[in-house]
Design a protein around this ligand. Structure first.
Ligand code: HEC
Length: 148
């Protein structure tokens, strides 16, 4: 069998498995893949100050805002939240990679994130942590996401 044929066959066989995970050659699309994770798992604690339905004021934890691209890149109180191109230097990666038992794991309650989410976030940072067209996710006074 010619090696190119063998490669094609392998690609066809591997396709269903590869499709479910990340393909190395595809860049991570922030709005499609990463933003939903951040909105669902992080922004309840890392966004502009808001009041809960019970009337409690919630301030962004660790002084980190993840609901606004510019503020996100400015980072939280410890700094180096996301270092573009360098997941290994990014505090965010350090915290999402901690074990479930660790006090500092993010998100704190239902962390860690699924492995594919962690891999996608690391890949996104490695590729330069671009937000694409996203600038901010807006919430109303009660903290509900406002549709664009
Ligand atoms: C239930 C609330 C809550 C959720 C949800 C949450 N965090 Fe946090 N986060 C915190 C708290 C509290 C701190 C501050 C911890 C401290 O200062 O010791 C923090 C701190 C951080 C920091 C460090 C900020 C700094 O500079 O010190 C990062 C990075 C972070 N969180 C990322 C995330 C990510 C990513 C997610 C989602 C996957 C997430 N967090 C979800 C509560 C939360």
């Amino acid at each position: 069998m010619k090696s190119s044929t063998r490669f094609t066959l392998l690609a066809i066989i591997a396709q269903p498995f590869v499709a479910a995970t990340l393909r190395a050659e595809d860049k991570v699309d922030f709005e499609k893949t990463i933003l939903p994770i951040f909105e669902e798992k992080c922004m309840s604690c890392h966004r502009a100050e808001y009041k809960t339905p019970e009337g409690r004021t919630k301030k962004p934890k660790g002084e980190l805002r993840m609901d606004d691209a510019k503020l996100f890149m400015e980072g939280g109180e410890s700094g180096d939240t996301v270092v573009a191109g360098k997941p290994e230097k990014s505090k965010l990666v350090e915290l999402i990679e901690l074990d479930a038992e660790h006090d500092d794991v993010m998100p704190p309650k239902d962390g860690p994130l699924p492995k594919e989410d962690i891999a996608a976030i690391k890949k996104w940072i490695e590729e330069g942590a671009s937000f694409g067209n996203w600038t901010a996710t807006k919430f109303d006074a009660e903290g509900k996401k406002v549709a664009e």
